[in-house]
Design a protein around this ligand. Structure first.
Ligand code: SF4
Ligand code: SF4
Ligand code: SF4
Length: 281
């Protein structure tokens, strides 16, 4: 009986995660009087909860399952079928319109305020760009990180803001249609750039490390994340296995939030699986 209770307790975080998303779903459903929010956040919360159940049960495909279930839903249903620009340009667009819908809600929950709780969980479990990049051959970077290239993310960020600002200032007609086409073109460019960079730098996540403009929001917010990988430095034997398997070059064998590349952690838990002394949790 005690063993059964202990087993069940392992799944409590999955239930809590689902309830957290349900709270957001119900709150937005009532506030916006729109059933879509109930269905949308229930689906995403359900996928994440199921993914964590699979992870807890030791299934190696758990993270890919969530990435594909959430990422393809957002890309195909919200982006292509519903014609919502869910990229950063869409965020600026809806922000300038003063509309708290689609991309603005998505950015608030997943990329601006959510990271205070779940860090860069979006990057590990839901991003539709990374859901493809993570299937490329360089899961563990084969070359040293090129820190200076990180400046490119700010260039991309400024570029996206400038383009959308110019469209508004020039009072361009059919802006909705233009934003939809930008979404299609932008995603094609991201996939091509991500795949080329992965092969050139021998690193699946090179796009995330150097080019992705969303990290301008994600990195500072995730510094304060409630959910993070902890290291019991007393148990660490400095074997370096965690550093080898980390796709994001996080110095995870340090407990401090100031650990090198600490704001890059995507909570994939590869390091915790690799650690021979269970120093990481
Ligand atoms: S860094 Fe950007 S591209 Fe990479 S997973 Fe995060 S949001 Fe997606
Ligand atoms: S391997 Fe560990 S430190 Fe690196 S991204 Fe995954 S969870 Fe974070
Ligand atoms: S894998 Fe574990 S023991 Fe080895 S360096 Fe990392 S934290 Fe320390």
């Amino acid at each position: 009986m005690m063993r059964k209770n202990k087993m069940l307790r392992k799944y409590v975080p999955s239930v809590l995660l689902f309830l957290l998303f349900e709270a957001v779903a119900v709150a937005l459903w009532i506030a916006k009087d729109n059933m879509f929010y109930l269905l949308n956040f229930s689906y995403i919360g359900g996928c994440l909860a199921l993914g964590t159940v699979l992870f807890t049960a030791g299934k190696c495909y758990a993270r890919h399952f969530v990435q594909l279930a959430v990422g393809s839903y957002m890309l195909l249903y919200l982006g292509i079928i519903s014609r919502e620009n869910m990229q950063i340009e869409g965020f600026w667009y809806y922000l300038f319109l003063g509309v708290f819908e689609a991309a603005t809600i998505h950015y608030s929950v997943a990329k601006i305020f959510g990271p205070l709780v779940f860090g860069r969980g979006w990057c590990g479990y839901a991003c539709w760009t990374a859901m493809v990049l993570d299937f490329l051959p360089y899961k563990q970077p084969k070359k040293a990180r090129k820190e200076k290239l990180g400046i490119l993310r700010y260039v991309m960020f400024a570029l996206s803001l400038t383009v959308v600002s110019c469209l508004f200032l020039m009072k361009i007609a059919h802006l909705e249609e233009i934003m939809f086409r930008m979404f299609l073109a932008g995603n094609a460019v991201y996939y091509i750039a991500g795949i080329v960079l992965a092969f050139v730098l021998k690193d699946n996540r090179a796009f995330c490390k150097y080019l992705c403009p969303v990290t301008v929001f994600l990195k500072p917010m995730s510094y304060f994340s409630l959910l993070r990988i902890h290291c019991d430095e007393n148990k660490c034997v400095h074997c370096g296995k965690c550093l080898q398997v980390c796709p994001m070059n996080v110095e995870v064998n340090q407990e401090s939030r100031k650990r090198k590349n600490g704001t890059e952690c995507i909570l994939c838990y590869e390091c915790t699986k690799a650690c021979p002394t269970k120093a990481l949790h």
